[in-house]
Design a protein around this ligand. Structure first.
Ligand code: PXG
Length: 285
């Protein structure tokens, strides 16, 4: 069935939703995006996603030509127009069409696009048995080169690491920062349970501050689990009791093997199970 897409100021059928070949989003990956989910007709943490989009745009000197309220409304209207109550939303803002040169000042009309679709979930087995992941040789970009806190349309850093994971037969791959510390996975944040503490790398380790990550940290604290941001090495992961990933698409997904090392019992652990259940309850409440 043809989808309905929001473009700038209106809803159009998908084959009328087109961008210019001169759009710097296409030519240079110059733009920003968000990926979010709706559950029972409500977008999970819509305001947080919109705030993060605005922060990414601010960081690249991109002025979004709509208000936050108008963008939130566009997201909800796009879901409704596609008859989706439980779906995935891709919200993006491109720099707009310009000249064949890098200069963003020579572009016009940033494109605000909202695409809504059904979500393709990881198979149930991944949640029951846990994922195997490997460390990618591709490092997360240093903040001084390109901050991982910007969710930009240029995702090649993550895609290079994802390719390495796929070549190793894994759906996710671990990325380290330039200091060799654990940063995150290609599209998910990482947590470990170590000596009874729940640990996740801090923003300055070179991560995108995930909305799911934030929600899981809050849930852990409410459940009396001591959750902290901490610099982690691969050794901390290999010797952890439990490990899991968080992300909009994955929600909370257990990891049971990293670089051939079995983590904890080699099966999804109790803290992971508790947080996954708490997350399900939160999004469906
Ligand atoms: N790190 C990176 C690099 C991401 O891209 C996350 C962590 C998790 O953040 P959230 O806010 O989702 O908890 C992301 C999010 C996709 C897709 O289509 C990717 C993300 C989100 C939604 C969809 O692959 N990445």
């Amino acid at each position: 069935m043809a989808r309905i897409v929001f473009m700038n100021d209106r809803l159009v059928p998908e084959d009328e939703a087109r961008v210019s070949v001169f759009d710097h989003g296409l030519l240079y990956g110059d733009g920003v995006f968000e990926g979010m989910r709706s559950y029972s007709g409500r977008v999970f943490r819509l305001d947080a996603h919109i705030d993060r989009l605005w922060e990414s745009a601010q960081a690249i000197c991109l002025k979004i030509p709509l208000t936050k309220e108008a963008v939130a409304q566009a997201v909800n209207e796009t879901l409704a127009a596609n008859g989706l109550t439980d779906g995935y939303v891709r919200l993006l803002v491109t720099r707009g069409a310009g000249t064949l040169g890098l200069d963003p000042n020579r572009t016009k009309n940033p494109q605000v696009i909202v695409i809504a679709d059904t979500i393709s979930l990881y198979p149930r087995e991944h949640y029951e048995k846990g994922l195997r992941i490997v460390t990618a040789a591709t490092q997360r970009t240093q903040a001084a080169a390109l901050s991982p806190r910007i969710k930009s349309l240029n995702y090649l850093n993550n895609i290079m690491a994802k390719l390495e994971g796929l070549q190793a037969g894994c759906v996710e791959a671990l990325m380290l920062n330039h200091k060799g510390e654990v940063a995150e996975c290609t599209g998910d944040n990482i947590f470990v349970v170590r000596k009874g503490l729940l640990l996740t790398p801090p923003p300055d380790a070179g991560i995108l501050e995930g909305i799911t990550r934030g929600a899981v940290m809050d849930l852990a604290r409410s459940a009396g689990i001591d959750c902290r941001e901490a610099t982690l090495t691969r050794h901390d992961l290999y010797t952890a009791e439990e490990c899991f990933l968080t992300g909009t698409a994955a929600e909370v997904i257990p990891v049971v093997e990293i670089d051939g090392r079995s983590i904890g019992t080699g099966r999804p652990g109790p803290v992971t199970a508790k947080l996954l259940a708490a997350f399900h309850a939160l999004v469906r409440q």
